[in-house]
Design a protein around this ligand. Structure first.
Ligand code: FMN
Length: 186
């Protein structure tokens, strides 16, 4: 049986370490797990309930929500901004959270992060866990993946993930996440 996991990258930056981390996941996944990138939230307007009332949900919000619903599970790979969730990612979660048939409800979700600093986004991950818990997602526990000092972990030119201990913990997390997804789907 195949498990389809949707990957949401929290950085919009060209040359993003989190995007590079996301791109490394398929080759580190256990057999039977396929990973695909989510549709972009780059064009989402700032969440505004008046806008929602007058214009409804933007088409690209609906596209992302549909992709989340269609996936068996989600993995969010994001930087930390000022010790918390980057605004664009939080805004995307806020938009999809307002849809009826809220897409993250009972959806298994794992988190990874890469940062230039040494802690690798730990504070962002705990804030993201809080928001996802409110949305009734099934948030995966351990092992956690924090890629600190990201500039030393990826190839300077190709952005390939070259750090072996990091590759190992990611493979362990994805294998454990696969088991978790199977449990949650009953
Ligand atoms: C607005 C802003 C806030 C940041 N805040 C943090 C932070 O709180 N902790 C941290 O470790 N790095 C922080 N950084 C540095 C990021 O870790 C670094 O820019 C990283 O490369 C961003 O991820 P990306 O390469 O995927 O875009 C911040 C960067 C920006 C632009």
């Amino acid at each position: 049986m195949t498990t389809n996991v949707l990957m949401i990258c929290g950085s919009l930056r060209r040359g993003s370490f989190n995007r590079a981390l996301m791109n490394a996941l398929p080759e580190l996944a256990p057999s039977g797990m396929t990973l695909a990138e989510a549709p972009s939230f780059r064009g989402f307007p700032h969440y505004d309930a008046d806008f929602q009332t007058s214009s409804g949900f933007p088409a690209d919000v609906v596209v992302l929500a549909d992709a989340i619903r269609a996936a068996d599970a989600v993995i969010i790979i994001s930087p930390e901004y000022n010790w918390t969730i980057p605004g664009a990612l939080k805004n995307a979660l806020d938009w999809v959270s307002r849809l009826s048939d809220q897409p993250l409800k009972e959806k298994p979700v794992a988190i990874q992060s890469a940062t230039g600093g040494p802690l690798g986004g730990a504070r962002m991950q705990y804030h993201l866990r809080m928001a996802l818990t409110y949305l009734n997602a099934f948030v995966f526990g351990t092992p956690e993946v924090f890629v600190g000092l990201a500039q030393t972990k990826f190839d300077e030119k190709t952005l390939a993930l070259k750090d072996e201990p990091t590759r190992k913990i990611i493979a362990q997390q994805l294998a454990a996440f696969g088991t978790f997804i199977a449990h949650m789907k009953g």
